[in-house]
Structures are given as structure tokens and as C-alpha cells.
Design a protein. Structure first.
Length: 240
């Protein structure tokens, strides 16, 4: 069968370019005016057609943007019939033959197999992602090393949710994981300690005058790392 116009089979319906149909039918009216008039016959956007932007070079070599429309083959058949021309009749018969082939048992089976393969690929990809997350969780949970909140911010960012250290500190204070005032500012709350998400590392510092001071630093446990990464990535907790 001779190809009169290029059609797309990417969706669950056959579609084609309205501009290419306009050109094939040798319509004398400007494309945009012609298409608007065709739509008056009851065609609806996002059902029968979709507007798309295309780019091309002018004769002077400049890039320009113009609007095309991806239309369903049903709409194309009706438009062709409305033209009352030999070319309109010819291309309409072409569309009918494409539909017959599209709906043949062989093509229906082919589409079903392609859909099945895509589903299998999607499930395999999801399974690999879950394995990766499970490996991360198991590794971190088994680790005895706690990390700083700044390091946790980097881990969350590396897993697809961009967040900086300062914003993570603020979120933890606002959500009751860190103290938000007083001498215990940015230290874990009782909730964080009871859940095993955080711990306090104390360090003794010798001052130049011979006195001793103790510094306290909040650190995220292995359990806390898994907890916060899952909370941010799975539940979209952080939205600024």
C-alpha cells in the first residue's frame, strides 16, 4: 500500500499532522484559518486533536516556531470527506485501509505483545530500584557510624530530593526532631532520642586558660538515616 501521508502509531490511536494533511489536500486557505474552520464541525481539543509547537528554519536561516496539530485518524477522515475533492476521497480511502490493518487480529496481537514487553521492562526497572533502596537501608541500618545532619542532607539530595543543610536543620526543628530554642538549640528532642533516630556526641575541649568545656553535636544514627531518607523520598515530606 502506497504511503500517502506519514502517520504515528505511538499512541493507542493512529494520529497524523494536520498541516501535512492540509498540504496534501492542496487547500488554498491559510492553515490556521482552515483548521479553525474545520474545528467548527464539532472536533474537540485533547480528544480529537492536540496542538503542538514545531520549529523550522526560514529562507534567511532564522529559526521560527509555528503551531501544528496532531489529529486522530477519525478526524482526518471527516476532514477529507468535507473537502469534496478527488484528493480528499483518495486520502480518506487510504485512512480507512490503515484502520482496517490497525484493527486486524495480527496488529491487535502485536500491540498487546508490545504493551506486555513494556510492562515487563517497567516492572524490572522498579524492582532494581527497590533492590537498590533495600541495599541502602540494610547497609545503613547495620552501620554503627552516625553522621552529621549536613551529611544526611547530601544523602537525601543524592537520592533525588535536593535539600541543603540549613533547610534540613530548619525542617527538623519545625517538625519536632530538634530543639528550637535555648541552650539545647539544634540538639535532639526526646522524641528523636526515644525513636533511636539521633544521638548526642560529646567532646571535651581544653581551653587556652586551662579550663575545660564540653561540646555537644547532634548526629543521625543508621536507623535515623533510613528513616529520614524514606520520609523525604517516599512521602514528599519536604516542600518549600
Amino acid at each position: 500500500m502506497q504511503e500517502l501521508l506519514k502517520v504515528n502509531y505511538d499512541n493507542d490511536r493512529i494520529t497524523l499532522s494536520a498541516r501535512e494533511l492540509h498540504e496534501f489536500l492542496e487547500i488554498g486557505t491559510q492553515y490556521t484559518k482552515w483548521f479553525d474552520r474545520m474545528c467548527e464541525y464539532g472536533f474537540n481539543e485533547n480528544i480529537d486533536y492536540q496542538a503542538i509547537s514545531q520549529k523550522r528554519l526560514t529562507a534567511q536561516g532564522n529559526e521560527t516556531t509555528y503551531t501544528d496539530h496532531e489529529i486522530t485518524i477519525e478526524m482526518a477522515k471527516e476532514i477529507s470527506m468535507l473537502q469534496r475533492s478527488e484528493k480528499g476521497k483518495r486520502v480518506r480511502q487510504y485512512f480507512i485501509s490503515l484502520e482496517k490493518k490497525w484493527n486486524s487480529p495480527e496488529f491487535v496481537m502485536k500491540r498487546a505483545l508490545e504493551y506486555s514487553h513494556k510492562q515487563v521492562e517497567r516492572l524490572m526497572l522498579e524492582n532494581e530500584e527497590l533492590k537498590s533502596k533495600a541495599f541502602f537501608a540494610d547497609t545503613v541500618s547495620a552501620s554503627e557510624d552516625s553522621i552529621l545532619i549536613g551529611q544526611l542532607a547530601k544523602i537525601i539530595s543524592q537520592n533525588g530530593h535536593k535539600i541543603g543543610q540549613n533547610r534540613l536543620f530548619r525542617w527538623m526543628r519545625e517538625n519536632g526532631y530538634l530543639m528550637n530554642k535555648g541552650e539545647n538549640f539544634n540538639l535532639p528532642t526526646q522524641k528523636s532520642m526515644e525513636l533511636g533516630l539521633m544521638e548526642i556526641k560529646e567532646r571535651t575541649v581544653n581551653n587556652p586558660d586551662g579550663s575545660i568545656r564540653i561540646t555537644k553535636t547532634t548526629k543521625i544514627t543508621g536507623k535515623g538515616q533510613v528513616y529520614f531518607v524514606n520520609k523525604f523520598l517516599s512521602n514528599n515530606e519536604f516542600c518549600y
